[in-house]
Design a protein around this ligand. Structure first.
Ligand SMILES: *[C@@H]1O[C@H](CO)[C@@H](O)[C@H](O)[C@H]1NC(C)=O
Ligand SMILES: *[C@@H]1O[C@H](CO)[C@@H](O)[C@H](O)[C@H]1NC(C)=O
Ligand SMILES: *[C@@H]1O[C@H](CO)[C@@H](O)[C@H](O)[C@H]1NC(C)=O
Ligand SMILES: *[C@@H]1O[C@H](CO)[C@@H](O)[C@H](O)[C@H]1NC(C)=O
Ligand SMILES: *[C@@H]1O[C@H](CO)[C@@H](O)[C@H](O)[C@H]1NC(C)=O
Length: 342
């Protein structure tokens, strides 16, 4: 009898999923607090494999993001990104900045991206500018409602917003492709950094996927870092992007409203999803402020635990406690105190 009981107990234990991915893939819900599968009352539950807690493959370096990636993303705000480099990253050299008329409707809507290289860091960087002007924001919303998401190339097995594919391909064909190929030919062993803020973050994600997909760079040779990124793709895209890029961070400031936008796109019946890894600063992002490396991808975790607060639009503009567009327009001067959050 006792023997039978023991067999039964061990069988039951054996059939229980002991880790989150097995649990979720078997259609059950994983509970973070208890680390158990199928828990009925749970504060933080997981029902998608991508949300199973994991740590990023590479460490997150606040100082690197603050002093280098922040400058690269901000420089896209200036018609001459070199001004920002001269003030902040003197060995970084602008290669080309590209501006395209990217609207079929408005005359003042442009998309901007640039390429740069640094022989000291042995790096090529590609960056994109954020949205500027009410017309661009309106066009993106209108297009999103009208066309929603489209499949994005074969390898990704996912979909992203059609408007972002259009924007990115216009820039790419306008010259960014030829610029990047030229730089890679000249500096074949350099790493590629892909970055941006806001719409620039969305375009950086679209670019990273395209560049990897056409085999121009291996994902292992790329660092993808974006700030204030809206969600751009569906679950399959987020899952693919997460698995493809080992160095892949998206930084979110406090209650940046982009993180609280509607995630359901009715016209294509799609739900938008963030890839990993979110790094969330629930503070002013001053030097030394704490941050959370989010172990989940998207849901009621990290920035998703805050209620949306439309009055916090300022959290989208300030990163690392600098007014990003303002500092960029000014050419990223050394004295940042005039650009700090009041
Ligand atoms: C869930 O949250 C409540 C309130 O914060 C707490 O009392 C409870 O212990 C939590 N449950 C688990 C399983 O962590
Ligand atoms: C941009 O394109 C639109 C539509 O094709 C056109 O109406 C507009 O004049 C163009 N703007 C510029 C600055 O070329
Ligand atoms: C929308 O997508 C969901 C999830 O993929 C699916 O269950 C549902 O049937 C779809 N609805 C329509 C109207 O296509
Ligand atoms: C929203 O943010 C404003 C500005 O920081 C703050 O005063 C207000 O209390 C917040 N509202 C909620 C509901 O958190
Ligand atoms: C930096 O800028 C602030 C505000 O514009 C100004 O008050 C301060 O004197 C400047 N500091 C230096 C060292 O130039």
């Amino acid at each position: 009898m006792i023997f039978h009981l023991l067999v039964l107990v061990s069988l039951v234990q054996f059939s229980q999923a002991e880790n989150c991915p097995d649990c979720v893939n078997s259609g059950k819900v994983w509970c973070i607090e208890t680390a158990q599968c199928g828990a009925t009352s749970c504060n933080t539950s997981i029902n998608r494999p991508l949300n199973c807690p994991t740590n990023p493959q590479y460490g997150y370096d606040d100082e690197f993001m603050r002093s280098e990636i922040m400058v690269l993303a901000t420089a896209a705000q200036n018609e001459n990104p070199q001004l920002c480099f001269d003030n902040q990253l003197p060995t970084m050299k602008l290669y080309q900045i590209r501006t395209v008329n990217c609207s079929t409707k408005y005359s003042d809507v442009t998309c901007v991206g640039y390429t740069a290289f640094d022989t000291k860091r042995k790096v090529i960087s590609i960056s994109f500018k954020g949205a500027h002007g009410q017309d661009q924001i309106e066009e993106m919303m209108e297009d999103g409602m009208k066309y929603g998401l489209l499949p994005y190339y074969t390898v990704t097995n996912g979909k992203i917003m059609k408007i972002l594919q259009d924007y990115f391909m216009l820039l790419w064909n306008e010259g960014m492709q030829q610029d990047l190929r030229h730089l890679k030919y000249k500096y074949p062993s350099y790493e590629l950094w892909v970055n941006g803020h806001s719409l620039g973050a969305s375009l950086a994600w679209a670019a990273s996927a395209w560049i990897a997909n056409i085999g121009l760079y291996k994902p292992d040779d790329m660092k993808v870092v974006v700030m204030g990124a809206p969600r751009i793709g569906d679950y399959n895209f987020a899952d693919w992007h997460t698995k493809t890029f080992p160095y892949n961070f998206h930084i979110l400031h406090r209650s940046d409203p982009v993180a609280h936008q509607e995630t359901y796109i009715p016209v294509t019946n799609s739900t938008l999803f963030y890839p990993k890894t979110e790094v969330w600063y629930n503070n002013y992002m001053r030097q030394g402020d704490p941050f959370q490396i989010c172990q989940e991808a998207d849901g009621h975790y990290c920035s998703g635990t805050l209620k949306p607060n439309a009055t916090q639009y300022i959290d989208h503009l300030y990163y690392f406690n600098i007014d990003l567009p303002g500092w960029g327009h000014a050419g990223c001067p050394m004295n940042i105190s005039a650009f700090a959050q009041p």
